[in-house]
Ligand binder design. Structure first.
Ligand code: NAP
Ligand code: 8YV
Length: 317
């Protein structure tokens, strides 16, 4: 008996090929009339494979026999897990396989931001080195910096290990102190910001963390302060960040994620000590393939054994 899978948006070849070999895959993005397709095939769908886009009761009501949503990526703030629990749809994500890649990106972004490597490269490419002389000395240095980690989870810990090797001291904030961690803990984000000069945001998105990094936190970070965001764009109040950078309340920002991707506010791009990346934290071929394989493995395990490999925490992961 065939199992019907919904794929709302294109996925990597490694996912598509394996799912095609085993299931009947309905590609919503290829339909001339996606609503009509959903109305027709929705009741047959037992599994969903997807990367992003909102998942809520409205979508689930069209998929009354869905059993599992296998999501590409570790962050799942776009998925309403309460609605999925109510609809008895298992939700899985792709933790661990991307941890080291994202930590590498975070360190690269931090170095680029503090030492203005992107700007310095543009200086060379634009012929300024020859025409005007060396790139100006950077106000920032990594030497003597204290890294405050907002979200000391899998990726946060991998970032901390790297930052220690760079000679940084580490502190952290989360919802609770972690007994097996020796870094100093702060109960409030604003206190972490006061105690560090480099704030690394690697917390999940969603209502609980929405705009947690606000004007007060930026003020507390101070004029030598650098913020790096590899978590979710919504965690940082982008308007407050832009103002803080303009006013010199903080020194610089390195951002891999934004509030309304792929839109990046032009006001942010005009500022001199801002480094931006287009959400490439996990974006190597090898790591994305490992994530894709886990999407497939979760579906296969579910339909073979009734158990998922990597359920989200709300579903027992
Ligand atoms: P994780 O292991 O679950 O770590 C998340 C950390 O955030 C935990 O230490 C948790 O600590 C803390 N946290 C969660 N909710 C919080 C809240 N409301 N307030 C304060 N702290 C909170 O997840 P991970 O694998 O490290 O991934 C973290 C995030 O990175 C993902 O959710 C995703 O948004 C982002 N990410 C981005 C990229 C990229 O390409 N830029 C790639 C992968 C992941 P407590 O439980 O102690 O609060
Ligand atoms: C992915 C990410 O780019 O895993 C995450 O949470 O943000 C990235 O690894 C994204 O999920 C792909 O949609």
């Amino acid at each position: 008996m065939t199992i019907d899978i919904l794929m709302p948006r294109p996925m990597l070849p490694i996912v598509q090929e394996q799912l095609d070999a085993r299931y009947t895959v309905y590609r919503l993005y290829e339909a001339e009339d996606p609503d009509a397709m959903l109305a027709e095939i929705g009741p047959k769908v037992r599994g969903i494979a997807m990367a992003f886009g909102p998942v809520n009761a409205a979508l689930l009501s069209k998929l009354p026999n869905a059993e599992i949503l296998s999501s590409f990526g570790v962050g799942y703030d776009h998925i309403n897990t309460d609605d999925c629990l109510a609809a008895q749809v298992m939700v899985t994500h792709t933790p661990d396989v991307l941890t080291e890649e994202v930590a590498d990106t975070a360190l690269g972004l931090m170095l680029m931001t503090v030492r203005e490597f992107g700007q310095a490269e543009r200086w060379l490419r634009q012929g300024n080195w020859e025409a005007k002389g060396p790139y100006p000395l950077t106000q920032g240095t990594l030497r003597g910096r204290t890294l405050g980690i907002f979200g000391l989870g899998r990726i946060g810990k991998a970032i901390a290990a790297r930052a220690e090797a760079f000679g940084m001291s580490i502190r952290y904030f989360g919802r609770r102190r972690q007994d097996d961690v020796t870094y100093p803990y702060h109960e409030r984000l604003v206190d972490l910001a006061k105690a560090c000069d480099t704030l690394m945001v690697v917390a999940p998105g969603g209502p609980e963390t929405h705009h947690a990094v606000n004007a007060d936190v930026l003020e507390a970070l101070g004029s030598n302060g650098i913020i790096i965001n590899v978590g979710r764009g919504t965690v940082v109040d982008e308007a407050a960040l832009t103002e803080a950078l303009k006013a010199g309340t903080i020194q610089g920002a390195g951002l891999d994620v934004f509030e309304a991707e792929p839109h990046v506010p032009p006001a942010l791009l005009e500022l001199p000590r801002v480094t931006v990346l287009p959400h490439v934290g996990s974006a190597s071929q090898a790591t994305r393939n490992a994530m894709g394989q886990l999407v497939v493995d979760n579906l296969n395990a579910w339909f073979e054994t009734g158990k998922a490999v990597t359920p989200v925490p709300e579903m027992g992961g």
